[in-house]
Ligand binder design. Structure first.
Ligand SMILES: C[S@@+](CC[C@H](N)C(=O)[O-])C[C@H]1O[C@@H](n2cnc3c(N)ncnc32)[C@H](O)[C@@H]1O
Length: 204
């Protein structure tokens, strides 16, 4: 074999190795997730640009029926409410930064106030929070800081905690989607990017 042929073979092998270590990514649309049966009883998030995204979240959680779920980024608790409605038997823990802390300085009463269903509110920074105290965690909704480092770290923790379903918001932001992809590198999760929404999710 001449040198050029050897180099081509090496690149082929290297390329195959790189591909086999990346979690697979598939592009789908929301009609592949939202079915009439799953959508039934959903709480519709009546805010422009959120209806379809959170209906996808509802359908994914309703279908999975996880025993427990960890949300990164409670904010006012609208997503928490939607997930609690989709899975009433699920035990939900939701994390946000401590009240009145940088950079959002949210009043304590605002954090999670929209979710009237029972859930456990916890406070801390997603990059240093001790998730292991709650492991194993079946499902995650990752919707905190929308940047690469946070999303990758949260994804690594979700994997460590044995997640069967990880739902992400704001993956229309390139660095957020890259954080998902890199966080799941070397795993056997399959990633779905729901292209007519800002949602992606990973399952194994
Ligand atoms: C987009 S909002 C969450 C929206 C919420 N999931 C919903 O469905 O309405 C992002 C939230 O993440 C919180 N957050 C941002 N960075 C965080 C961090 N490092 N640790 C914990 N929470 C964070 C913010 O305080 C904010 O409330």
């Amino acid at each position: 074999m001449n040198t050029t042929a050897k180099m081509s073979l090496s690149f082929l092998v290297l390329g195959w190795c790189a591909t086999s270590w990346a979690a697979s990514l598939e592009y789908i649309t929301s009609d592949q997730v939202i079915t009439p049966a799953l959508a039934q009883g959903a709480i519709i998030r009546n805010e422009r640009g959120f209806e379809q995204d959170f209906l996808v979240l509802h359908c994914l959680v309703k279908q999975a029926q996880p025993r427990n779920l960890f949300e990164v980024g409670t904010c006012e608790g609208y997503g928490t409410l939607i997930m609690a409605n989709a899975c009433p038997s699920c035990s939900i823990i939701s994390l946000d930064l401590p009240a009145n802390s940088a950079p959002f300085f949210m009043d304590r009463w605002r954090i999670g106030f929209k979710c009237k269903a029972p859930f456990k509110q916890v406070f801390g920074n997603s990059t240093s929070y001790n998730y292991a105290q709650h492991f194993p965690i079946d499902a995650w909704f990752i919707d905190g800081a929308h940047d690469y480092e946070h999303v990758k770290h949260e994804t690594l923790e979700a994997v460590r905690g044995g997640a069967k379903l990880i739902v992400y918001h704001d993956t229309d932001i390139d660095e957020v989607l890259q954080g998902v992809i890199d966080g799941l590198e070397g795993t056997n999760y399959k990633i779905y990017r729901v292209t007519d929404t800002r949602v992606s999710y990973a399952v194994k």
